[in-house]
Design a protein around this ligand. Structure first.
Ligand code: SF4
Length: 210
């Protein structure tokens, strides 16, 4: 049944996006507060976080595109981090390209400052367990979609892992199975980053889960 609100309300995708953008603004302004004693700007802090997730480092171009900034701005930010001893530059795989990776000091700072801000985890804690699981599931799908479009780097998530066996135990609270540790798990256990992750050959497992 349609109501007047179907015509006077913005599409739900736009309202959800607006909500996420608002949270993103707060995160951007607050999440890196812990880095300020080292003189790291939010952009530099964000770059440290990206480098921490990227095995083998990232090219300057990749960092610029992930941060949504120009190559010269990315270059300035990376030079500042290199001067602070947080990042090292090395010749990239392509001619004249530069690969960037974290030093041990950069790793430590990225680990320290990328912890979840308490204000956000406190807000998530106010949700019911089922709501938290549903939100996690939605986030996994969003991240997967952005990964497929190239808007974020590849994430080591369960749903894209070769060891993931979706719905191996149907009708139970833990319907999925991890073939690596040989144990069942549910949506609430889905990992966004797993050190043991091995990329699946195709999207079949993700589609099965989705
Ligand atoms: S190895 Fe890690 S990412 Fe892969 S299914 Fe098991 S827990 Fe998930």
């Amino acid at each position: 049944m349609t109501t007047i609100f179907d015509t006077i309300t913005e599409p739900i995708a736009r309202r959800v996006t607006a909500g996420l953008v608002r949270i993103g603004h707060v995160l951007r302004s607050r999440a890196w507060k812990g880095a300020t004693p080292e003189g790291v700007t939010p952009t530099q802090g964000h770059a440290l976080g990206l480098l921490r997730e990227a095995e083998g480092g990232l090219s300057l171009g990749a960092i610029a595109s992930m941060l949504g900034i120009s190559a010269p701005t990315a270059s300035d930010a990376m030079s500042a981090l290199a001067t602070k001893g947080l990042v090292v530059k090395a010749p990239g795989a392509k001619p004249r390209s530069i690969n960037l990776s974290l030093t041990s000091e950069g790793e430590a700072l990225a680990a320290r400052t990328s912890e979840w801000p308490a204000f956000l985890s406190d807000a998530v804690e106010t949700l019911e367990p089922a709501e938290q699981a549903a939100l996690l599931r939605a986030l996994v799908k969003l991240i997967r979609a952005m990964q497929a479009s190239g808007d974020i780097p590849v994430q080591k998530m369960c749903v894209t892992c070769r060891y993931f066996r979706p719905n191996a135990h149907p009708g139970t609270e833990t319907p999925h199975h991890c073939a690596l540790v040989d144990a069942p798990f549910g949506d609430r256990h889905l990992r966004l980053h797993c050190g043991e992750h091995v990329p699946a050959e195709d999207d079949a497992l993700y589609e099965q889960w989705r």
